[in-house]
Design a binder for this molecule. Sequence first.
Ligand code: ZN
Length: 311
Amino acid sequence: MLPAYLSHADCLKHEMGAQHPESPERLGAVSDQLLMRGLLDYMHAFDPPLATQDQLARAHSADYLQQFADTGANVPEDGYVQIDPDTRINAYSYRAALRAAGAAVMAADLVATGKAPVAFCNIRPPGHHAERAAAGGFCFFNNVAVAILHALDTYGLERVALVDFDVHHGNGSEDILAGDQRVLMCSSFESGIYPFCGDVPKAANMVNTGLPSRSGGKAFREAVSQHWIPALDAFRPQLLFISAGFDGHREDDMGNLGLTEADFEWVTRELVGVANRHAKGRIVSCLEGGYELSPLGRSAAAHVKVLIGAD
Ligand SMILES: [Zn+2]
């Protein structure tokens, strides 16, 4: 039984212009590093399906789903439709978003049913800024929230945790999951940057650890050790999801937290420990941000190496 790797060519066809940092090349930067380090040899690659409307409807409003489907179906072949100042779609974006969410759902199925011990989804568009009724911040469907709600409903789980270490707060995941007592969400982020929220949690099931600009790895690790790990151990999740964003890396201009591969490796090891203590080791990790291609690939490889136990 090998760790699962989920990605799809549909995720490469969505693009928002040549200069946009959320580029199709991001997925190749990750897979190249996994391949080069031999990590894909230890993983079983799956071909994920498109998410269904029923799956998406657990996380998103009917109006939003209809609106995005209509907009997505009417983009000219060689043009774009602007969604917010940073986010736009091409003719292939809707299908890419369905595929990314479908991959997260399949990963949850594989891990929840014991067909894979852990899973990593190398997917885009990312999801954690997508709210119940709004796209934003390069995100359309909240892949990880769709997968979490699917796992809770399908497998009768009582407690599922989401950990988000992207440099930006997972406001979309918080919007969808706040107040759901079956879920504990821990989110670290750089305070004062997009999406300009998170310092005040929306509900008691949110552990938000905002960090000042230029905090560095030591402060990040202290926050995780002091706030996340005790909360996760008290909650005892039966399944652990990770919103794996690597834009907190010091070489990535999207943020200024100053993290390194070693920090992503360290936090992954801590989370594997949580999963081993409470969740039979079961983890589903989904790519979120990370825009400078070289540190993105190196950081994702450091994360996956520990996730699949190849360290
Ligand atoms: Zn981000």
